[in-house]
Design a protein around this ligand. Structure first.
Ligand code: NAD
Length: 511
């Protein structure tokens, strides 16, 4: 008997993981099975039949055929298709948000928030479908006109991580769609049900309105098909969200075949709290940043630099707040809980290993630091660790769990230097009421991250801005601003409407 959250979305105990287009789901039953586990109690939620090589080939062929139609469809009409998807998601927001909470383990408000992000990016994409602007240039030659225009790329591959099982796909596929592309999605093997449900909701809305299939899905039981996907020359752009380890490999493979990649990889985000900071803002921002989604966001706050004059006060306040969070850890589908479990047993082990390493390196566990083994599921206590320096190996590493390393500083320049002194470069923030400190943090000699905030935390980006980070975070940008350009190719056009053929730079070529 499937969980009630699954039945609310029309999902059964066994699901196909392959959407072939034309409303058709593959019947392949011999390519392996994915068994997503409820992280709250360790029970298998459903069985998902993985895709075969033949399924993959069919998807690519159908996607190529769909592209021939879609690239001729006017962009505002493509926007209408995405609008229908956003509307359908709004109708199913509560159920899909619950499924995200159930399968991934994030809290119900965060699950709903993730679906809201899909709706928001859909609405953004609708507006954008009338704003895919190019520039015009003044030609140096008389009777000539120059301009640039943006054309779709073709097939866009999306490979997503478990921690944002639906929003990352929407960020990519909705923008890619209004740009005229067809998207093929390979979700995380830990969260295939959220992916299947999203595809059903969106594709049913598209099919009902007579739109061609613009979104396809496959699930891989291992990583062979995913690897073939990355190496496939027919996939013009691979948008990869996941760990730096896998992302580095994916980036290298795509570069080898001269394809395009968009990499959204790990973060090691820091907050700096200066002596003028308003702690009414800083403390909740730090706690939400470190504990939200049980520390499994790429933008999770992992390091905290506090000015020495307020260090003891901030640490005491954090310990009080953490004690409150500890009373609200539980089933993420219950909206009263602030923190759910880690998504997997491996996640719990990584958390425990990091705590041991922190202790061995001379760190003091100020709060938490253990798994809740007395309960079923993957629950841990959020941890506060003091006494380590920024260069400690464990501090330099992204452990995908709620562990916050709290460190002291005396000079803002040093604090900024430490915050930058990690391999990753995703999100950063400063709490201050000092204008000079704020501007220094945001200047060219300030934060080196893709996201730099003042008086708000590191996590919870809005879709309107371009999202992504520098260094080992991969350099990609998704979502708002002009991130749409990554899904299009630029073409420069020169038109001669004179009756002469003047060459550029005044060159004479007499025949
Ligand atoms: P992961 O790297 O283990 O997996 C990501 C995806 O890669 C999965 O779909 C997986 O099946 C796939 N994959 C594995 N091997 C592959 C191969 N050879 N070829 C192609 N694909 C392959 O990451 P995860 O554990 O799911 O997610 C956590 C990580 O993702 C963290 O490091 C987090 O910071 C990062 N993340 C980054 C962002 C961002 O926007 N920067 C957002 C979310 C998560």
């Amino acid at each position: 008997m499937p969980h009630s959250v699954l039945t609310a979305l029309g999902l059964s105990a066994t699901e196909s993981g392959t959407y072939l287009g034309n409303g058709e789901w593959s019947t392949t039953g011999d390519a392996g099975v994915l068994e997503p586990v409820n992280p709250t109690d360790g029970e298998v939620l459903a069985r998902v039949q993985a895709s075969s090589q033949a399924d993959y080939e069919r998807i690519v062929e159908r996607a190529q055929a769909a592209f021939k139609i879609w690239r001729k469809t006017p962009a505002p009409r493509r926007g209408e298709a995405v609008r229908l998807c956003a509307d359908a998601l709004r109708t199913h927001k509560d159920a899909l948000g619950s499924l995200v909470a159930l399968e991934m383990g994030k809290s119900k408000p965060e699950g709903d928030g993730e679906v809201q992000e899909m709706i928001d990016i859909g609405e953004f994409a609708v507006g954008l479908s009338r704003q895919l602007y190019g520039l015009t240039m003044h030609s140096e030659r008389p009777g000539h006109r120059m301009y640039e225009q943006w054309h779709p790329l073709g097939l866009v591959g999306v490979i997503s991580a478990f921690n944002f099982p639906v929003a990352v796909w929407a960020w990519n596929s909705f923008i890619a769609a209004i740009c005229g592309n067809i998207t093929i999605w390979k979700p995380s093997p830990k969260t295939p049900l959220s992916a299947i449900a999203s595809m059903k909701i969106c594709n049913e809305a598209l099919n009902k309105a007579g739109f061609p299939d613009i979104f396809f899905l496959f699930n891989d039981a291992g990583s062979d098909l995913a690897q073939a996907f990355v190496d496939d020359r027919r996939i013009a752009l691979v948008s990869f969200t996941g760990s730096t380890r896998v992302g580095r490999h994916v980036g290298e493979c795509v570069a080898r075949r001269m394809g395009r990649s968009l990499l959204e990889l790990g973060g090691n985000n820091a907050i700096i709290v200066d002596p003028t900071a308003d702690l009414k803002l800083a403390i909740p921002a730090i706690v939400f940043g470190a504990v939200g989604t049980a520390g499994q966001r790429c933008t999770t706050t992992r390091r905290l630099f506090v000015h020495e004059s307020i260090f003891d006060d901030v640490l005491a306040k954090l310990k009080t707040a953490y004690a409150q969070v500890e009373t609200k850890i539980g089933d993420p589908t219950d909206a009263a809980n602030l923190m759910g479990p880690l998504n997997s047993r491996e996640g719990v082990q990584a958390y425990l290993d990091a705590i041991e390493k922190a202790k061995a390196s001379g760190g003091t566990i100020e709060s938490g630091g253990r798994a809740l083994t007395e309960r079923k599921g993957n629950f841990v206590l959020p941890a506060l660790v003091s006494g380590l320096t920024n260069d400690a190996e464990v501090v330099q590493t992204e452990t995908f769990a709620p562990i916050l390393y709290v460190m002291k500083y005396s000079d803002l320049e040093d604090a900024i230097e430490m915050q930058n002194a990690v391999p990753q470069g995703l999100s950063s923030s400063l709490f201050t009421t000092d204008l000079r400190a704020s501007e220094q943090f945001l200047s060219a000699w300030g934060s080196d991250c893709g996201i730099a905030n003042v008086n708000i935390g590191t996590s919870g980006a809005e879709i309107g801005g371009a999202f992504g980070g520098e260094k080992e975070t991969g350099g990609g940008r998704e979502s708002g601003s002009d991130a749409w350009r990554a899904y299009m190719r630029r073409q420069t056009n020169t038109i001669n409407y004179s009756d002469a053929l003047p060459l550029a730079q005044g060159i004479k070529f007499d025949l």
